[in-house]
Design a protein around this ligand. Structure first.
Ligand code: SF4
Length: 461
């Protein structure tokens, strides 16, 4: 059997992964972690190929031609709410050409049987990418499947759920992801110090309950340290030293994180970026990360407003955020603050305070995500109940090209204008530009930052 793992083409650069989708905020694009993970799983039982039309910037016509040449029996495709109409059209044509099409993505996360009922070209939906469901599905072992939506003998959608999505726990094992199947060119990561870089997942899901976030609905599982190190060493053997860890909170299992960092430090040649939470990044974890080669830490700030943090169950206050940013600086880490803006309680005043906090903390990068009612999240239910969104709205983008939701005091146009103003005021400060310029360590970084800075500003004028 021949399987093609596909990131389909689109009119814009879309990031579809990990049950989220958005347009790229500047110019960055990293390897879709669902496909990276599935590349290991699928290679263990089938001939497997990867076509990332985003990285290769393929048009739909070019992508169809490439698929014809590859000749897969089945396609496992990412889909996204940001690109749903384009994805449906492209994949329906592949189905007409005789391919079996399975999909995974945010737009199918909450209402998969409905979508499967509407889309005759789609054979089944994967709801987890860290298990062996895909192998069991193709082997006809339906009793072994943990969490998929399939079709019954009459073709009607049928939900198979042996393990509830939010109850995933313990360890998971996957055959080593096959990074070598992905394109060598076309991926850009704003924080990488050098090329090439790889995207690695050492755990799955997240144990925290932030209500706007889909990752918190996936349960939480870790990979054995030895498996992660096998993958890292295979990457090193391929000449890759720069890693983007897609774990949503590096250090959530403290002893395991310290063990990983120590093993990275022993290797002595790794350079990496990771996410963590302000209430996880204490001196011990941050110090170990730095010794292991971490240079950039991405911290979920979300808002400067303690009431908003509490409302959305972040589990920390702004004072913790401030302390952790100072601590990260002390350890010599570059810092990135991620924010969610445009929640229903957002006002011009709360946005002003958020910008002030980003400036006060001397973040190296500020990443603004627009609130969208992500499928399967508690926030989606709240937005539907408040009448801010409708079940029929399947196309949305949290990348900030548009504001999807009005807030209680700001309409969508005002919200978008204020977000653009925040970006300009943060990034165009002379003191910031000077700091940025003087911290660049390589030609690769200089090129990447100029390219992505220009793309960011073009999007926010
Ligand atoms: S926002 Fe971060 S900490 Fe909260 S559930 Fe999502 S991934 Fe976990």
């Amino acid at each position: 059997m021949k399987i093609l793992l596909l990131n389909p083409p689109g009119k814009r650069i879309y990031i579809r992964d990990y049950f989220c989708s958005k347009t790229t905020k500047s110019n960055y694009l990293f390897h879709p972690v669902d496909l990276v993970t599935l590349s290991g799983t699928c290679s263990a039982f089938a001939e497997t190929d990867v076509l990332d039309c985003m990285a290769e910037r393929l048009t739909p016509e070019q992508a169809h031609e490439r698929i014809e040449k590859i000749g897969p029996d089945a396609i496992i495709s990412l889909v996204g709410s940001v690109s749903w109409d384009e994805d449906r059209e492209f994949l329906a044509l592949e189905h007409e050409r005789g391919r079996r099409v399975l999909c995974i993505g945010d737009v199918l996360h909450g209402e998969a049987p409905e979508r499967l009922g509407e889309e005759p070209w789609m054979e089944a939906v994967l709801h987890v990418f860290s298990n062996r469901d895909v192998e069991h599905y193709f082997a006809g072992q339906f009793d072994e499947i943990e969490d998929m939506t399939v079709r019954d003998e009459a073709g009607a959608p049928k939900r198979l759920e042996r393990v509830a999505r939010n109850q995933r726990k313990g360890e998971f094992r996957i055959p080593r992801p096959r990074h070598e199947l992905f394109p060598k060119q076309g991926y850009h990561f704003s924080f990488a110090r050098s090329a090439p870089f790889a995207t690695v997942l050492s755990d799955y899901g997240c144990p925290y309950p932030c209500t706007f976030c889909v990752i918190g609905t996936l349960g939480f599982q870790t990979r054995p340290v030895a498996d992660v190190l096998e993958e890292i060493d295979a990457l090193r053997a391929q000449g890759v030293r720069e890693i983007f860890f897609m774990d949503q909170t590096f250090g959530v299992k403290r002893e395991r994180a310290l063990e990983l960092c120590e093993a990275f430090a022993e290797r002595g040649d790794l350079s990496w970026t990771a996410y963590t939470r302000p209430d996880t990044g204490d001196d011990e974890i941050l110090g170990a990360m730095v010794r292991g080669g971490c240079h950039t830490v991405i911290l979920g700030v979300e808002s400067a407003d303690d009431e908003l943090l509490a409302e959305y169950k972040k589990g920390y206050r702004s004072s913790i955020i401030t302390d952790t940013f100072r601590r990260a600086k002390k350890h010599g880490l570059r810092t990135v603050g991620t924010f969610i803006i445009g929640l229903p309680q957002e006002t011009a005043d709360s946005l002003r305070k958020t910008l002030e906090l980003a400036v006060l903390l001397e973040m190296d990068f500020m990443s603004l995500n627009m609130a969208v009612p992500r499928f399967g999240t508690p926030f989606r239910k709240q937005a539907l109940d408040l009448g801010l969104a409708s079940r029929e709205d399947l196309v949305m983008d949290q990348g900030g090209a548009e504001a999807f939701l009005p807030t209680s005091t700001l309409d969508r146009a005002d919200m978008l204008a204020l977000k653009k103003k925040m970006v300009r005021r943060f990034y165009l400060r002379p003191s910031y530009l000077w700091r940025r310029l003087t911290s660049i360590r390589s030609l690769y970084e200089l090129r990447a930052q100029v390219r992505e800075g220009l793309a960011l500003l073009a999007r926010n004028v």
